[in-house]
Design a protein around this ligand. Structure first.
Ligand SMILES: [Zn+2]
Length: 200
């Protein structure tokens, strides 16, 4: 998937030497082995996470819930840096093909609605960085080594965000059903008698 020649690795190391913020550098160093490489999308995920943490006033160790609107690259920083994973339901992918995320904190017990923040990579703002804009609109092909330095320089200037009202999902009682066709157990959502594999 990602090109990863020794030369590219070397170039990226040179780029990262210019990262002055030790917190950001430490985040990048955690994301690289997890994701495999510092892609532009992974860096965008890191920058969005940092905006969300500040906007929502997320304290250390506090859980966050993330809905990521693309499945590419961007979800990984939220998993490795914020512990919002697919497996703990902290991360949902709503694959709309958009560079956007919605983040909220854990709702207090009994609360049905709460505020979150939706952050998106804003084409009105990437216009100020022609190469980055062309990469975003995919009108030209670039290597990550060309885009990462622009993202680092632009920082939060290429993002927009707004507060959103979110519904807190009600936790349903888990019902286990034995499939009438294959005989395997599955968690049912309605009153279905066949598992998803047998109804396909
Ligand atoms: Zn079945």
């Amino acid at each position: 998937m990602h090109k990863n020649s020794d030369e590219e690795k070397h170039n990226m190391e040179a780029i990262l030497k210019h990262v002055k913020d030790p917190e950001l550098l430490s985040q990048i160093e955690k994301v690289v082995p997890f994701h495999g490489f510092l892609t532009s999308g992974a860096l965008i995920g890191i920058q969005m996470l940092n905006i969300a943490r500040r906007e929502l006033d997320v304290r250390n160790g506090e859980r966050i819930y993330v809905t990521c609107e693309t499945k590419n690259c961007m979800p990984d920083p939220f998993q490795i840096l914020a512990g919002a994973t697919i497996g703990n339901n902290g991360l949902k992918i709503n694959n709309l093909g958009k560079m956007a995320v919605t983040v909220n904190k854990q709702a207090p017990e009994g609360v049905q609605g709460m505020k979150g923040v939706r952050i998106y990579f804003d084409p009105e703002k990437t216009k100020d960085y022609p190469k980055l804009h062309a990469w975003y609109l995919n009108t030209e092909k670039f290597h990550h080594e060309e885009i990462v330095p622009i993202l680092l320089e632009a920082g939060e200037k290429v993002y927009s965000w707004k507060s959103v009202d979110l519904e807190v999902p009600v936790r349903e009682k888990k019902q286990v059903q034995c499939c009438k066709s294959c005989g395997e157990m599955f968690i049912r959502h309605d009153n279905e008698l066949l598992c998803g594999g047998c109804t396909e």
